[in-house]
Write a protein that binds this ligand. Structure first.
Ligand SMILES: NC(=O)c1ccc[n+]([C@@H]2O[C@H](COP(=O)([O-])OP(=O)(O)OC[C@H]3O[C@@H](n4cnc5c(N)ncnc54)[C@H](O)[C@@H]3O)[C@@H](O)[C@H]2O)c1
Length: 422
């Protein structure tokens, strides 16, 4: 069979992929997005705004009805944005048969923890089973849900192949097939709700293909909505990248929360310390104490890695300690937020905290006034704080995913401790 040359790069790819690639590059491609929640809906709007023809898929009929009627169910997304997307062809459906028309399909379904605080991949598995019968040759499937390294290869792909019709298989590394294959990649989400400083399109997208053609297609796809797609060598690297990003925040939030308590006892203003340290132009990134954990993913995602690490006979002690400190944080902050406590400013978020115009100046300045906000809820509704991380992680150390009934998707609006949510 003839081979077409990619217009994106000079390497040769099979016709089966080249057709899709051309449509992606021309923004003429049809994009299906599965899971229209906090990640999937904004992503759908972004693709629609960029000119792609977008169809959203969800099992929640209420969400479908809202979107089809031009309503929004996410606070920060006004209905006008839904209407604008609809005027550009965006529609929503629960009928997965419509997947056959899509050039690329992106999965944005939840990845919570189960009752044992282990990864709950039931949403990914259910979605994979529902998608599989509709996969077409040359289609690109991308997982965006945050998860442990190996999920795409070991969980998603086998389910897709098992359910695909006509013996369709995923393209593997090596000689590209001319027919009978589809392509799979992983690309983590970097959603940052409420951030008005960085345009969504300016946040680079990390992409890991199962093999090079998938990476090329995925890079072309995201190149239509963000300034830069960062290709890494595998889906595992991309999966681990997301966990590193969130664990980095988790660990640093724990560090600053611990230092906050020490500073209180030593009668030192932690905010002043952080301001001063932030004047260092290299090697220091400020994190701020507070009751929140930096977004609802932050306390969950480290469990995914700690759980997976056990398979490799490795205990992630550093990460577990950070989790313990952060989980103790709401009660510490709650105790300190009483009016009797002179350190009630501990419940201040970074966002509400006035920043000094120039912290590099030694000129006298008025003490920073910290806006105190009430501490009211556990930070993640479905995480019951009953034991330490390490205890929980040893509850079921066998490397299997318990098939318990899926917990509810976290819906809590969390208070952030640091510069940006997950
Ligand atoms: N919310 C964030 O800020 C954020 C940021 C980065 C990464 N993530 C990750 O992205 C993923 C999605 O998170 P979210 O916050 O958008 O979740 P969400 O709960 O807001 O939305 C998930 C959607 O998926 C739908 N869904 C569930 N099972 C389905 C199925 N089988 N078929 C079709 N639809 C199905 C649900 O009805 C829901 O609308 C998670 O892995 C999360 O960790 C979230």
């Amino acid at each position: 069979m003839t081979k077409a040359t990619s217009t994106a790069q000079d390497s040769s790819i099979p016709v089966i992929a080249a057709k899709r690639l051309e449509r992606l590059l021309a923004r003429d491609a049809r994009i299906g997005i599965i899971g229209l929640g906090y990640v999937g809906l904004p992503l759908s709007l972004l693709f629609a705004e960029a000119g792609f023809r977008v169809t959203g898929f969800d099992i929640d009929e209420k969400k479908i009805a809202d979107l089809e009627d031009g309503r929004s169910y996410i606070f920060r997304i006004p209905a006008t944005e839904i209407e604008a997307a609809r005027s550009k062809g965006f529609s929503a459906t629960s009928d997965f048969a419509n997947l056959v028309q899509q050039d690329a399909i992106i999965l944005c379904v939840p990845t919570p923890l189960n009752a044992h605080h282990e990864p709950d991949l039931s949403y990914i598995k259910d979605t994979a089973r529902a998608v599989a019968p509709w996969i077409q040759p040359g289609q690109l499937l991308i997982l965006e849900s945050t998860t442990y390294p190996g999920t795409t290869e070991d969980v998603l792909i086998p389910l897709l192949e098992a359910g695909a019709r006509d013996g369709l298989k995923v393209q593997t590394a090596g000689t590209p097939a001319e027919e009978g294959v589809f392509y799979v990649a992983f690309s983590p989400e970097r959603e940052d709700p409420g951030n008005t400083q960085i345009a969504r399109s300016q946040i680079p997208k990390v992409v890991g293909g199962h093999e090079p053609i998938a990476a090329k297609l995925a890079a072309a796809l995201y190149g239509g909505i963000v300034s830069r797609a960062v290709c890494v060598s595998s889906t595992r690297v991309a999966e681990m990248t997301k966990l590193l990003e969130n664990i980095y925040r988790c660990v640093n939030i724990a560090l600053v929360n611990e230092l906050k308590i020490l500073c209180m006892r030593m009668d030192i203003d932690i905010w002043e310390v952080i301001d001063a340290a932030s004047t260092k132009p290299f090697g220091f990134h400020p994190f701020y104490p507070g009751p929140g954990l930096g977004g609802h993913c932050i306390p969950i995602d480290p469990f995914y890695l700690s759980w997976k690490a056990k398979e490799y006979d490795f205990r992630t002690r550093f990460i577990e300690l950070a989790g313990e400190i952060n989980e103790a944080r709401p009660s510490t902050a709650r105790a300190c937020s009483s009016s009797a406590c002179p350190t009630s400013a501990i419940s201040t978020t970074f966002a509400s905290r006035p920043r000094s115009p120039s912290s590099s100046s030694c000129a006298a300045k008025a003490p920073t006034s910290h806006t105190t906000i009430p501490i009211i809820q556990p930070l993640v509704e479905d995480v019951t704080i009953t034991s330490t991380w390490s205890q929980r992680l040893s509850i079921n150390s066998k490397n299997s995913i318990a098939s318990s009934s899926p917990p509810t998707t976290p819906t809590t609006t969390t208070l952030t401790s640091s510069a940006a949510p997950s």
